[in-house]
Structure formats: structure tokens, C-alpha cells
Ligand binder design. Structure first.
Ligand SMILES: Nc1nc2c(ncn2[C@@H]2O[C@H](COP(=O)(O)OP(=O)(O)OP(=O)(O)O)[C@@H](O)[C@H]2O)c(=O)[nH]1
Ligand SMILES: [Mg+2]
Length: 318
């Protein structure tokens, strides 16, 4: 197995640990849902529905999952309680596979776009800057050269925070003074990346401006400027959502995707919350793929969202 075996094992351990609060809560509830039962009947299905809804999977996605299990019980005539867990996992993975193409294979970027430009958006405090730092780390590990752009010029602390990440990961940062034009910072960052022949540029943006219209105008202005320097940029607009806010993350995704074009989602802070089920709901309800999940504050605590691994981890006891 060599290093790959232990590498994979570490990732699984990180995932299990990161999801431990959700796992614990889901498992407790599942246990209660089937207590004293030997087969899956209507009462078990009702209880299961409640387990999924109270685990922040969301009503629509929960109903789809229950329908699938019902159909299966009807087809097979009998389903023992001991089979329920593995069938639940199977059906959730199948559901998520339905409206999504394959998982992203790894921290990678298309080689056809150079520099590949990622613009990171989301409301304040969701984990944008932290996710950028973690992404820079992963891309660098994968042998890519990375440039960061501090287009959140709204607060001085925002620029400093990105600067700390740039130093930690050892990648160049392009910044200006607080209060300067975010589009101008993006312009500089892309120009610098081009001049250095860098592989990836990641642009931080402000989550809070005076109001929402201002924010959306700002984002479209940044985009326009980017496309002037690198045709087709931004290649990716990554919306960050705070998973620990459960159904609020859902609402934010709805509002943001209505107001601006988003191409990928990242759900952060899944450690420290029992609301991890929200990833399943969001992955099912939005056409936009969940690409990354944040499971801690450290550099290595960002993972590619892999449906099967995620579901497997969430519904397994250890
Ligand atoms: N536990 C945990 N904390 C996280 C994770 N991601 C981000 N955080 C923490 O969440 C807080 C906010 O993260 P930021 O990266 O500053 O969020 P932001 O969206 O850039 O915030 P603004 O710049 O204020 O809009 C910080 O304390 C981070 O350490 C995560 O996956 N797990
Ligand atoms: Mg920030």
C-alpha cells in the first residue's frame, strides 16, 4: 500500500472525525427510530423521515429518500431492520448520483486555462478566506503555482488574514490598501499571475457591503475586469456556505445563485456541528455541484466532496 494507503486512511480518519458530531446524532436517532422493530414498516419509515429532517437533510430531499426506500420495501416485500442502514446509504448515494455528474477526482485544475481563475464569494463569516488558504495549500501540494488576490478590501483585517494564509502556505499575495477598489486588486492579481505564468489565481471577495445590491454590483464589476485580462475568467465562481447554519445555508445558496452566477459550492464548518446532513440536501437540491467540504480550521481540513465516502461516513457508527 505504501504512502497511498496511509494517505487515504488519513483522509478517511479526518472525515470521520470532522463529521463526528453529525454522525453521533444521526446514529442515536436512527437507533431510536427502529427500537423494538424487526422489519421496516410504516412506523419505521415515519421515524426515519423524522430522523432525516431533524438532521438538516431538508424536507424535499428527505421525502425523495423515503419514497425510494418505500418503493424498495414494496418490491422486496420484506426488509429487516438490519438491512435498513445499508439500503439507506445505497439510496442516498443513488439519489445524489442522479442529478450530478461524477465527483471531482482531486484538487486539480484544467490545464487548458492558464491561469485558472477562481473567484470566491459568500456572505461574511462563512469561511471564504480560510477556504482560500486551504485551497492554495492543496493546489500547491499538487504541484501548481498559486497567486492569491485580496479583493476583500472592506476591512483591513480581511487583507491581513489572507496575508497570514499566504505566508503559511508560502504563495504570493497581491493586495492594495484597505478601501481600494476590489476590481483593481483583481486586475493586479491576474496581471501578476499572467506575468509569472502561474497556474491558479484565487480571489477573495467581501461578504458584507452596505447592502446586497452593492455587493452584487461589486461582484459583477470584478468579473468584468477579470475577463479583460484573462478571457473566460473567472473560470470558477465558488460559493462558500457555512454548513453549521443548517437550513440557513440552504437559503443563502438560493439567494446567491439567483443574484449571481455560481459554478461550484463549498460547505464549511461541518466539524463542530450536528447539522452535516445539510450537505446531502444541498447536493440534491442544487444543480451546482458541491465540490469541497471544510472539516476544521487547519490547512489540511479541506476535502473534495465525494458522495459515497461522505454518505458512508455519515451513516456508519465508528
Ligand atoms: N471549525 C471550523 N472553522 C472554520 C472552518 N472554515 C472556516 N472556519 C472558521 O470560521 C471563521 C470565519 O472564517 P473566515 O475564513 O474568516 O470567513 P470569511 O467568509 O472570510 O469572513 P469575512 O471575511 O468576515 O466575510 C474563522 O474563525 C475560521 O477559522 C471549518 O471548516 N471548520
Ligand atoms: Mg474573509
Amino acid at each position: 500500500m505504501g504512502i497511498f494507503g496511509s494517505f487515504t486512511r488519513n483522509k478517511k480518519e479526518n472525515l470521520d472525525k470532522g463529521l463526528s458530531k453529525t454522525k453521533e446524532s444521526v446514529f442515536k436517532k436512527l437507533g431510536r427510530a427502529v427500537v423494538g422493530k424487526s422489519k421496516v414498516d410504516d412506523e419505521v419509515l415515519d421515524n426515519l423521515e423524522e430522523v432525516l429532517i431533524t438532521s438538516d437533510v431538508g424536507v424535499d430531499t428527505t421525502l425523495k429518500i423515503i419514497e425510494r426506500i418505500e418503493a424498495r420495501v414494496a418490491r422486496d416485500k420484506y426488509m429487516g431492520i438490519d438491512e435498513l442502514n445499508s439500503i439507506l446509504k445505497e439510496e442516498i448515494v443513488a439519489l445524489l448520483d442522479e442529478n450530478n455528474s461524477g465527483d471531482v477526482s482531486d484538487f486539480d485544475i484544467p490545464e487548458t486555462e492558464k491561469p485558472y481563475v477562481i473567484m470566491v464569494v459568500g456572505v461574511n463569516g462563512v469561511g471564504k478566506t480560510t477556504t482560500i488558504g486551504k485551497l492554495a495549500y492543496q493546489f500547491k501540494q499538487a504541484g501548481k503555482s498559486v497567486v492569491l488576490g485580496a479583493s476583500d478590501t472592506f476591512r483591513a483585517a480581511a487583507i491581513e488574514q489572507l496575508e497570514i494564509w499566504a505566508q503559511r502556505v508560502d504563495v504570493p499575495l497581491v493586495k492594495q490598501k484597505m478601501g481600494s477598489d476590489p476590481a483593481s486588486v483583481a486586475y493586479d492579481a491576474l496581471s501578476s499571475a499572467k506575468a509569472q505564468n502561474a497556474d491558479v489565481v484565487i480571489i477573495d471577495t467581501a461578504g458584507r457591503l452596505h447592502n446586497k445590491v452593492n455587493l452584487m454590483n461589486e461582484l459583477s464589476k470584478i468579473k468584468k475586469v477579470m475577463a479583460r485580462i484573462v478571457p473566460g475568467a473567472p473560470h470558477e465562481v465558488l460559493l462558500i456556505l457555512d454548513g453549521s447554519t443548517g437550513q440557513n445555508a440552504f437559503e443563502q445558496a438560493k439567494q446567491f445563485t439567483k443574484a449571481t452566477e455560481v459554478t461550484a459550492l463549498a460547505l464549511t464548518k461541518l466539524d463542530g456541528t450536528a447539522k452535516g446532513g445539510v450537505v446531502i440536501g444541498i447536493s440534491d437540491q442544487f444543480k451546482i455541484p458541491v465540490k469541497y467540504i471544510g472539516i476544521g480550521e487547519k490547512m489540511e481540513h479541506l476535502q473534495i466532496f465525494r458522495r459515497r465516502e461522505f454518505v458512508e461516513s455519515l451513516f456508519s457508527e465508528d
